[in-house]
Design a protein around this ligand. Sequence first.
Ligand SMILES: NC(=O)c1ccc[n+]([C@@H]2O[C@H](COP(=O)([O-])OP(=O)(O)OC[C@H]3O[C@@H](n4cnc5c(N)ncnc54)[C@H](O)[C@@H]3O)[C@@H](O)[C@H]2O)c1
Ligand SMILES: O=c1ccn([C@@H]2O[C@H](COP(=O)(O)OP(=O)(O)O[C@H]3O[C@H](CO)[C@@H](O)[C@H](O)[C@H]3O)[C@@H](O)[C@H]2O)c(=O)[nH]1
Length: 437
Amino acid sequence: MKVAVVGTGYVGLVTGTCFAETGNTVTCIDIDEKKVESLNNGKITIYEPGLEALFERNIKQNRLHFTTDLKEGIEGAKVIFLALPTPPGEDGSADLKYILKVADDLGPLLKDYAVIVDKSTVPVGTAEKVTAKIKQNAKVDFDVVSNPEFLREGVAVEDFMKPDRVVVGTRSEKAKKIMDMLYAPLVRQGNPVIYMDEKSAELTKYAANSFLATKITFMNEIANMCELLGADVDAVRKGVGTDTRIGKRFLFAGIGYGGSCFPKDVQALAKSAQEVNYDFDILNAVMNVNDKQKTKLIPQIKNYFAGDLKGKTIALWGLSFKPYTDDIREAPALYNIDELVKAGAKVQAYDPEAMENVKGQIGDKIVYCDDQYSALENADALLIATEWPVFRTPDFDRVHSALKNKVIFDGRNLYNPDDMGELGFAYYSIGRTTING
Ligand SMILES: NC(=O)c1ccc[n+]([C@@H]2O[C@H](COP(=O)([O-])OP(=O)(O)OC[C@H]3O[C@@H](n4cnc5c(N)ncnc54)[C@H](O)[C@@H]3O)[C@@H](O)[C@H]2O)c1
Ligand SMILES: O=c1ccn([C@@H]2O[C@H](COP(=O)(O)OP(=O)(O)O[C@H]3O[C@H](CO)[C@@H](O)[C@H](O)[C@H]3O)[C@@H](O)[C@H]2O)c(=O)[nH]1
């Protein structure tokens, strides 16, 4: 089938590449000329494990193309995905300007029936708005379908190819048949497509992300209670996670959730609730708790240095919002950098993938190091913000001899507190015993 994907960022590139891999001919369209030029030169524009091999294979087999020209890109496409940004507007609601602009452009360009698919995360009622926009200038029949994306960065290919479920919101039999054909290779592998109406599909995406953000936040609050009561959040996590009604995943306490999705989607759902005069109290609490959680270790760092960070050097391991990605959107590390620099500290950071992106955003506000050990040189303390595997089993002797003060502030609970005590470190983590060294 001929497929077009408008918007070739994270979701667009994964969607386009994966649908090419399942046998479709795909054209990805983006207004970013540099991005399209790079992709056309065979250079992938995002770091995503496993994606590059698929990208190269499908280009070679002539199934994956890139253009900046919307008209050329959608030519002959039966399905047109909109994988466009939906960033928070000034009031926190999802800004639909990118989606509605493309919908407006699409109307006069459609030559035959096509299914237009909202892949972006969009508030309830967007399918209706997109339909109305396209209708203004369209001369042919079309359907607008909601098909939210549930992939996680870092494991995006696997999430796309083997999803727990695919959600499709449409009441059109004609559109359903086409979506059935497109997803048939995934369905044959046992991955179900759940059909529903457009509004329910739109809300499903926000409900899923908000529920997961709430689950994490709940555990972060339990962790904070553990610290006050002398309990251990790892033990509590195992105790509650083995209840199959709760489940083991997304129960890891830390310095809060970040990324391009949870923060903006929780905020957007809260805003949608406000618009229909509903106080979604839980969401407001989740946002407040997560804001505090992100910089939870800062007072402890200050306290360790008797309230004065001026002239201190803090080594920072991890900048991306989670491992296996170079994405730094809403990364807790950035909030910690702000606080540390504001308090007069110098930050020496290392991240396996995200340093270029951080440099682009905050420039020389911090020092960028070649590896995790150079970040420790002349450092007074180590702060860990992202659980990259290379940080899990470091050479502790090197860490110990490099640090001026033998102290680690661990925002991702990577090590066992007792082990750290035996190795001669003071060790602060989230929801577990503090080792004072
Ligand atoms: N990133 C994720 O992990 C993820 C997962 C699931 C859902 N989502 C949702 O998917 C949507 C896209 O997210 P993303 O992370 O891929 O965004 P992104 O910012 O990485 O990419 C969006 C792309 O759209 C392009 N674009 C903007 N206007 C355009 C236009 N008029 N024509 C063509 N291209 C245009 C931009 O240049 C950019 O390349 C958002 O709604 C997001 O919430 C994201
Ligand atoms: O137990 C956990 C699990 C995650 N996190 C944090 O939560 C954030 C989000 O993690 P994750 O969900 O793995 O990353 P995303 O790539 O942002 O994926 C989420 O957001 C996407 C965009 O909407 C959805 O498609 C995915 O289903 C949804 O998991 C990160 O900061 C993690 O560090 C925790 O603190 N504890």
